[in-house]
Design a protein around this ligand. Structure first.
Ligand code: 9Z3
Length: 319
């Protein structure tokens, strides 16, 4: 088999795996509602402002996806992620002027949690005359940003996550290079296809072995880059626990999925240091330890925002 045939075959295999994944996935309950609200948010934020240029929009994914083992799910395989990276990055993207679509795991960290009081509902709002409620002055900026500038969509399973990512990519495709995907979610590598999954709770009748077959989740990063939103600026993450393999793995992902950058992080040091791997650079980004409340996401988002601006300018020149 020659190289061209080989890559054509692997593309066909990926296409059929992707089709099988979406065909077998249980449909989202509220997809029309999601699409309508999302389109409204993107339209509102991408229309040209006074300077004639629309805003940049980033889709931040955050938290881990689950792979259910039963259709009426009691047990599932989970992926580690607290959602801290995605939530904190969202705050810095907003500071940098982006509108943010925050695709997050239900129950994981949310942006602004740190700038809001422990009980936001009781402390952020006060009741005035009659039934009127108003936001307390001290929290008005955080509440406005949370409501107006970011649009949050929750998921739990890998089926929900990938269907939502596909839905988001449709209107994002229309805004071309101004769109960014910042894929910090920890996505299941393996899943049980819906049609192969038992309906009811798996019984533990004393058998020693639980025999469940998981198959590989198709590599959607390639599909996102190739078909869903080919002009968007795409950043993915690589997580390892063994630092000896981390950078090579990140470089491999960069090339395999044609990402614009891969952020490499090691589990235990992920809040202190990351390495941004691009085709011609490896940039170490660290948290400013002299400031107690600084985050590694602060310099990271500054760097990515600069790279994104350069990418937008390059795309204009190439038109
Ligand atoms: C990450 O590497 C994130 O930075 C973390 C953030 C999940 C480590 P926390 O949510 O942690 O702040 O607690 N995300 C991507 C993880 C991942 O599974 N990447 C896949 C891989 O490494 C590629 S999609 O193979």
């Amino acid at each position: 088999m020659d190289a061209a045939n080989g890559s054509q075959n692997s593309e066909q295999t990926l296409d059929s795996e992707v089709k099988a994944f979406f065909d077998s996935a249980p449909p989202l309950h509220n997809s029309n509602d999601i699409i309508q609200k999302l389109n409204h948010f993107i339209q509102l934020n991408s229309s040209p402002s006074e300077n004639g240029v629309g805003r940049r929009i980033v889709c931040v994914t955050s938290g881990g996806t689950t792979a259910p083992l039963e259709q009426r799910c009691v047990r599932y395989v989970d992926n580690f992620s607290s959602g801290h990276r995605g939530a904190t990055s969202t705050e810095y993207f907003l500071k940098a002027g982006y509108a943010v679509i925050f695709l997050y795991r239900r129950g994981s960290f949310q942006p602004f949690c740190r700038s809001l009081p422990d009980d936001p509902l009781l402390e952020c709002f006060e009741s005035t005359e009659g039934l009127n409620i108003q936001v307390r002055e001290a929290y008005s900026k955080a509440v406005k940003t949370a409501i107006v500038d970011h649009h949050a969509l929750p998921f739990s399973t890998v089926f929900e996550y990938l269907q939502m990512l596909q839905i988001i990519s449709r209107p994002m495709k229309d805004i071309g290079p101004r769109a960014m995907f910042y894929l910090a979610a920890a996505v299941s590598d393996y899943y049980v296809p819906w049609k192969d999954m038992v309906e009811h709770k798996i019984q533990s009748d004393g058998s020693y072995l639980l025999d469940v077959k998981l198959v590989q989740v198709p590599k959607m990063l390639s599909v996102l880059r190739k078909d869903w939103a080919p002009l968007a600026f795409c950043i993915s993450f690589k997580l390892e626990t063994d630092t000896n393999i981390l950078l090579n793995k990140a470089r491999g992902a960069l090339e395999k999925y044609n990402m614009h950058a891969v952020v490499a992080n090691e589990l235990s040091t992920r809040k202190e240091k990351v390495v941004v791997v691009t085709i011609d650079d490896k940039i170490t980004v660290t948290r400013d330890k002299s400031k107690a409340d600084d985050d590694v996401e602060n310099p990271l988002i500054k760097l990515l925002s600069q790279r994104h601006s350069a990418y937008i300018e390059d795309s204009k020149r190439m038109r």
